[in-house]
Design a protein around this ligand. Structure first.
Ligand SMILES: [Zn+2]
Length: 256
């Protein structure tokens, strides 16, 4: 099927259901200059060992994580929403989608103006002390690391005696997802009759169980991703294309 007919089909599905839940992964933010994790050649995990964002890896050598953060944080925190994020906000405003569930920690859906956003893996903007729970802004923590404090240690609690390790509030491998966005997302997936996955190869558990929940509740599934996913054969439509191009063509077709 040609890309044009795939876009037409996607547009018809959106207009037919008008309650789609959009589920996004790293692939929607690559065109904002944020590298994804698994693309051959450019994926973050080709350069870094993904164990640095696992709880055991972080506790074993937090300074290695912060070396990675020194490179990645400025890229993520300085990124701007691209036309895919902006289209999601527009679709929500026009009551064509219910909202967005995202695996991304870059905050770009909120920055684009989407209101109903569930950030499953937390946000890069904050960090907290693993000992006392004191919240820090990540900007401050990165600055302290840049000034040589690696790993950064909690100083704010009871006259500097806490000494707990500071970890970003983003969800690491081996850590449970924060409950409120997860519970809300499961409810949304049970209620929706159309789920649109954009830029996720659906490899990370438990977030990748959401399409399964939607399908089992009778929802249709559309997947927009450059890579193959384990859900492709169960999808009504699979568009193997960049999110940005699909968003551009879809916006034109929907005449928004
Ligand atoms: Zn502390």
């Amino acid at each position: 099927m040609s890309l044009d007919s795939q876009i037409n089909e996607l547009s018809e599905l959106i207009l037919k259901h008008r309650n789609a839940i959009v589920f996004t992964g790293a692939g929607i933010s690559t065109e904002s200059g944020i590298p994804d994790y698994r693309s051959p050649g450019s994926g973050v995990w080709e350069k870094y060992d993904s164990s640095i964002v696992s709880i055991p890896g972080f506790l074993r050598d937090p300074s290695q994580y912060y070396e990675y953060a020194l490179e990645m944080y400025p890229i993520r925190s300085g990124a701007k929403p691209n036309n895919s994020h902006l289209l999601m906000a527009k679709l929500e405003k026009n009551k064509l989608i219910e909202g967005v569930i995202t695996q991304n920690v870059d905050g770009l859906h909120l920055a684009a103006g989407s209101i109903n956003v569930h950030e499953l893996h937390g946000s890069i903007r904050q960090a907290s002390c693993l000992n006392c729970g004191q919240i820090y802004m990540m900007d401050e923590i990165i600055q302290r690391v840049q000034e040589g404090e690696n790993p950064p240690i909690c100083k704010e609690f009871e006259n500097n005696i806490c000494q707990g390790l500071i970890k970003p509030t983003t969800v690491f491998f081996g850590e449970g997802l924060p409950k409120p966005p997860w519970v809300a997302s499961v409810d949304k997936c049970k209620d929706t009759s159309l789920m649109i996955v954009i830029g996720s190869s659906l490899q990370v558990s438990p977030a990748n169980s959401l399409p399964d929940i939607a399908l089992q509740s009778g929802s249709e599934l559309v997947i927009v991703d450059l890579l193959d996913t384990p859900f492709d054969t169960r999808a009504t439509l699979k568009i193997q294309e960049k999110a940005g191009l699909v968003a551009e063509l879809l916006e034109a077709t929907l005449e928004l």
